[in-house]
Ligand binder design. Structure first.
Ligand code: SAM
Length: 272
């Protein structure tokens, strides 16, 4: 019988966030595949877990795939852990999970800390819908495309960033997000945890000397939101909105046509 593949979340700073289930699973599996075995060893020592470790990082993830799949097929249970947080979220995990699913191997998530989700829930921005973008690409063309996506995105956006690149990223964002709200979530679950909120200029100003792990969250583009909301209204509902603002029929028709990106004669015909 095949073994099971566990994806075990580990703390993102505060060791108290290690779950009881995560400790039990790490004690029960046959071995642990870790992003950095030295880091994980410290965690295992803290929780008195003795288990063989093998490395599974970004640069050997694909060649490790075959080895891990063979072990799973031999019936071994394996836990994947990253340096911090949830495996597979901007961390190794995705490659082996895709292959395990293809091979009908059971994949079991062991929930725990994830920096993105915790930054989002405390941000004060909309949480109903959001877009996780991970790290922005460094390649110029891909980065430009991603920035255009951010410019038009109407949902809350979450971006991971390395501390030494935050300045550059904020500078790029300044070109496109104008007055949208920004939150910089720093050192979540650690002693210096803080959430800096403001517009992009305020964030740039306040983040000048900051160190530590950071996440940027950006409010969705409200112009896009408004456009979507208006497009989902019936023409009558759309009309009423402007009527309530005291506008004349001719003006209202012009505005509706503009909102919906159609010719004003089309709207006019509807209201004759
Ligand atoms: N898999 C991890 C997770 O579940 O969040 C993310 C790993 S990714 C390689 C590392 C990035 O996550 C950092 O550059 C930072 O943007 C974010 N991050 C991780 N821990 C954090 C923390 N304690 N506070 C703020 N951001 C954190």
């Amino acid at each position: 019988m095949n073994g099971k593949l566990y994806l075990v979340a580990t703390p993102i700073g505060n060791l108290e966030d290690m779950t009881l289930r995560a400790i039990r699973i790490l004690k029960e599996v046959d071995f642990i595949a870790a992003e950095d075995t030295r880091n994980t060893l410290k965690l295992l020592n803290h929780f008195e877990i003795k288990k063989p470790l093998i490395s599974n990082h970004r640069h050997n993830e694909e060649e490790r795939e075959e080895y891990l799949i063979n072990k799973l097929k031999e019936g071994k249970d394996i836990a994947i852990v990253s340096d911090a947080g949830t495996p597979g979220i901007s961390d190794p995990g995705e490659v082996i999970v895709k292959r395990a699913v293809e091979e009908n191997i059971e994949v079991i998530p062991i929930p725990g800390a994830c920096a993105a989700v915790n930054a989002l829930i405390a941000s004060g921005l909309d949480t109903k819908e959001f877009v996780f973008m991970g790290f922005l690409p460094l390649n110029k063309k891909l980065r430009k495309e991603k920035l255009e996506e951010i410019e038009n995105e109407n949902k809350t956006i979450i971006i991971y960033e390395a501390p030494h690149k935050i300045k550059e990223t904020l500078k790029d964002l300044k070109q496109i997000i104008e007055e949208r709200k920004v939150v910089l979530a720093r050192e979540i679950t650690k002693i210096h945890e803080e959430f800096i909120r403001g517009n992009i200029d305020e964030i740039i100003q306040k983040s000048e000397q900051l160190k530590g792990e950071m996440i940027l969250l950006i409010e969705g583009n409200m112009d896009e939101n408004e456009e979507n909301i208006l497009n989902n209204l019936s023409l009558e509902e759309h009309y009423k909105i402007y009527e309530k603002q005291g506008l004349e029929k001719k003006e209202i028709i012009k505005k509706i046509a503009k909102d919906r990106g159609v010719n004003k004669n089309e709207i006019y015909k509807h209201f004759v």
